[in-house]
Design a protein around this ligand. Structure first.
Ligand code: SF4
Length: 331
């Protein structure tokens, strides 16, 4: 059965005007997010994954701008929304959980006030007692003790604050939650608990989750699919098991090889990817990964490969596979 698409992102580019030139942080990225899936978006710091997440909610502030593309959410192009529709869209249909809940939560508002305010801003007709009831249900759902409802953010642990942020994201029954490094500041036990809760919530409510992280192990544990970004480009996207089993793009191969696993022999050297990500004011010509790629071909430094589907639901942006498919076509 064909999976239903929630978001279709087409040709999305985000650029920043700086004193030293235009930084192309997200460059013509296209892919879909399916209803009810967990999609892990990974890549090194500065690859554009957080910028991409913000762009999905049109939260790019000057000097940045969405310079091209369409974001079709449940059939509507949100690039055409005016301020009021956009405000309603954020929170009610899609919301974001950020890395540091301490700076996202209002320090002088209690937990119940955060949740009730979120409901009443988007649903002004909802009465206070009904909003409070819904807040209690959410608090219970996230495993936060009811006695914490009247606490202020500084009275909560980091894990609890993150769960409150998650509750704010979920309380309006949004269809898409974007979690941007949401577990990064948590210890591994709290992280595992939050990951379990997010998975349960996805299963119970059918919400789609875009998990933006550099934590490959978390993506392996939680996601249905993985999308890999490098220097503003989407270089590989596919089923989590297939990509982990046999990554196709040389960057994905390097990224996965540099993650230690439990069977890692400590006498072995962990793989270290050579070089550094490029300066995005002057990205290299051709494939942006070519200066670091162990398999680069002459064409790689001259022309940019396109993202090509190499098998159903698995796409790669690399000349190695374009060459292969051209050869197959000419046979
Ligand atoms: Fe390497 Fe070329 Fe593929 Fe880029 S296009 S990843 S340089 S082989």
């Amino acid at each position: 059965m064909e999976k239903e698409k929630l978001v279709k992102i087409r040709d999305l580019s985000v650029s920043y005007q700086t004193r030293i030139g235009t930084v192309s942080a997200v460059d013509h990225v296209s892919f879909d997010i399916y209803k009810g899936e967990i999609l892990g978006l990974v890549g090194e710091s500065g690859c554009g994954k957080s910028t991409f997440g913000k762009a999905l909610l049109r939260m790019i502030d000057p000097p940045g701008e969405i310079s091209s593309g369409e974001i079709i959410f449940n059939g509507e192009n949100i690039m055409e929304y005016d301020y009021d529709r956009l405000r309603d869209f954020r929170g009610r249909r899609a919301s974001m959980i950020f890395q540091d809940p301490m700076t996202s939560l209002n320090p002088v508002q209690r937990v119940d006030e955060h949740l009730i305010e979120t409901i009443q801003v988007h649903e002004p007709r909802t009465k206070q007692n009904l909003a409070l009831q819904r807040s209690k249900v959410m608090i219970e759902r996230l495993g936060i003790g009811m006695e914490r409802l009247l606490s202020y953010p500084h009275q909560l642990s980091g894990g609890m604050r993150q769960r409150v942020m998650t509750g704010i994201g979920l309380i309006l029954n949004a269809d898409l939650i974007i979690a941007d490094e949401a577990t990064t500041s948590l210890d591994v036990i709290v992280e595992a608990k939050l990951a379990d809760q997010l998975r349960e919530i996805r299963n119970d409510f059918g919400v789609s989750l875009l998990l933006i992280t550099h934590n490959i192990a978390l993506v392996a544990e939680m996601a249905d699919r993985i999308a890999v970004m490098y220097a503003g480009h989407l270089v590989e996207i596919g089923d989590i098991y297939k990509v982990f089993e046999k990554p196709k793009h040389p960057y994905t191969q390097g990224l996965l090889a540099s993650v230690p696993n439990i069977r890692f022999d400590t006498k072995e050297q962990l793989y270290k990817m050579p070089g550094e990500p490029p300066n995005l004011t002057h990205p290299p010509l051709g494939c942006r990964f070519h200066p670091r790629c162990p398999h680069a071909l002459p064409i790689c430094s001259q022309r940019e490969p396109s993202l090509l589907e190499i098998e159903a639901g698995w796409s790669v942006q690399c000349w190695l596979y374009q060459k292969q498919s051209n050869e197959e076509r000419s046979d």
